[in-house]
Design a protein around this ligand. Sequence first.
Ligand SMILES: O=C(O)CCC(=O)C(=O)O
Ligand SMILES: [Fe+2]
Length: 220
Amino acid sequence: MFPRERAVVAPGAVHVPGWLGTELRRRLVDSCRAWGRGPVPFRQTALPGGGVMSVRTVCLGWHWQPYRYSRTADDVNGARVAAFPRWLVALGRRALEEAYGEDSGAGGYTPDTALINFYDADARMGMHRDREERSTAPVVSLSIGDPCVFRFGNTGTRGRPWTDVELRSGDLFVFGGPSRFAYHGVPRVLAGTGDPAAGLASGRLNITLRETGLTDPGTG
Ligand SMILES: O=C(O)CCC(=O)C(=O)O
Ligand SMILES: [Fe+2]
């Protein structure tokens, strides 16, 4: 086993292998299970073209649906999504500091939404940009469970050039700065055993933390 090296995949896009220890992975798995019990369950997102995403998703703070955020999960059960917890803000700040260093402005990072995606062995995610946010703050991505191929492209087109990165359990990937609005996707999940030590028997969890830049109507 060779230690995997941290890598700057594109300007502002940093991969830090094995960043999450067992305790945090376990806490995240437990928390994701609890969030999936309500107020809004995991759902396969319906796309405007009639398709359905293969991943199962639940959101915190703000609910994402193609292609906007709202406080209530209008395409699921209409409930207001669970609050975005303070400890995830702190984790997001630590992640930015890890990726970009001490003077990265991580202290001002205040993610207010998380998209939690569960991939079974056949799930994937097409090339897309995270662009419903009204903030240019970085996206912090945490992976737990089965490895996957994460395809990180460019800001101009869905196509090449791109770099394929294997994301494994515990890996951190941050994309900000010139890479914030780059295309990316998950062409495949690699056969694996989940992460039994973290309490995930199979599949892959990915959690992205983001700043929406949104405020509730009437609150400023
Ligand atoms: O699963 C991943 O690693 C990426 C997820 C993603 O791109 C998204 O939720 O927008
Ligand atoms: Fe994304």
